[in-house]
Design a protein around this ligand. Structure first.
Ligand code: ZN
Ligand code: ZN
Length: 279
């Protein structure tokens, strides 16, 4: 069994600045524990779900935008027990690890020095996290060195496209996944360059044809227009079961794929808990 927990489902400048949705990234547990794209609220939402940062095997950052890296250094301190134990892997695009024109490294030299291993992710190349194979995939986004990832878990392939616009190369590289996670920044009728909108998500999902599509990284306008409407459009166009992620939602990937309630009791009582999209 593999679990995918959404520590945030917001993305883009304004949804992040105003925390319209949390932006804490995605936590995948397949025995190997990976924290992907930890933006603001990563630590707080880990605490809410009783996830221990010291148990993380890899902090992974797809590109050098703060909705994806803002809390990475604190999580690296968690992974290394405050910096006292060389442990864990930091994975990042070239911009995140080394810096490229216009993008500073997102992780300081000190934080790179305390991790046991640093991986610069390059599209087409694979690496290993605690026994799990991960491939880096191409993107076309503001950060030219940005990547997506394909996780070869014990429950099949989970693909995360990262921040990207729709390109012809995306469908072939993500084909064969069971779960396709799409960062959809813009809603129906409002395409912008360098991001996926709902129509793009539908086209890509149709070509990749996974068991389940999960939409996340919602921009402010998309949240305002309604996330379910976007998921219904993608499902109708692609013929694939499509979920709009909710903050603190967990998706269990086993023989079947289902959503689960979080352990964050306080959050459920506030009515902000995960929604059972099977209901
Ligand atoms: Zn983003
Ligand atoms: Zn971005």
């Amino acid at each position: 069994m593999t679990s995918i927990t959404f520590l945030g489902t917001g993305g883009g400048r304004f949804a992040t600045i105003y925390q319209i949705r949390a932006t804490g990234g995605i936590y995948i547990n397949d025995g190997a524990r990976v924290h992907l794209d930890p933006g603001p609220t990563a630590l707080l939402n880990m605490r809410r779900l009783a996830l221990d940062p010291a148990k993380t095997d890899a902090v992974m950052i797809s590109h050098c935008h703060p909705d994806h890296y803002a809390e990475a250094e604190m999580l690296i301190e968690g992974m290394t027990r405050g910096g006292f134990k060389h442990a864990g892997t930091v994975v990042g695009s070239r911009s995140v690890i080394e810096g490229v024109a216009g993008f500073s490294p997102a992780v300081s030299e000190y934080h790179r020095s305390i991790a046991a291993r640093i991986v610069t992710a390059t599209p087409g190349e694979a690496f290993d996290i605690a026994g799990m194979k991960v491939e880096a995939t191409p993107t076309s986004h503001g950060d030219p060195s940005g990547v997506g990832f394909r996780f070869h878990t014990s429950s099949g392939i989970i693909s995360y496209v990262g921040d990207t616009e729709l390109t012809d190369e995306l469908a072939p590289v993500h084909k064969g996944c069971r779960v396709l996670i799409l960062n959809v920044t813009r809603p129906l009728g409002s395409r912008v360059p360098k991001h996926l909108c709902t129509e793009d998500a539908g086209d890509l999902a149709k070509k990749v044809a996974p068991e389940v599509v999960i939409l996340t990284h919602f921009g402010m306008k998309l949240v305002h227009d309604g996330v379910r409407k976007q998921a219904e459009f993608v499902e109708d166009l692609s013929g694939c079961r499509t979920l709009a992620a909710e903050d603190l939602m967990t998706v269990q990937v086993g023989k079947t794929i289902r959503t689960a309630r979080s352990r964050g009791k306080e959050i459920i009582e506030e009515g902000r808990g995960p929604v059972d999209l099977d209901a």
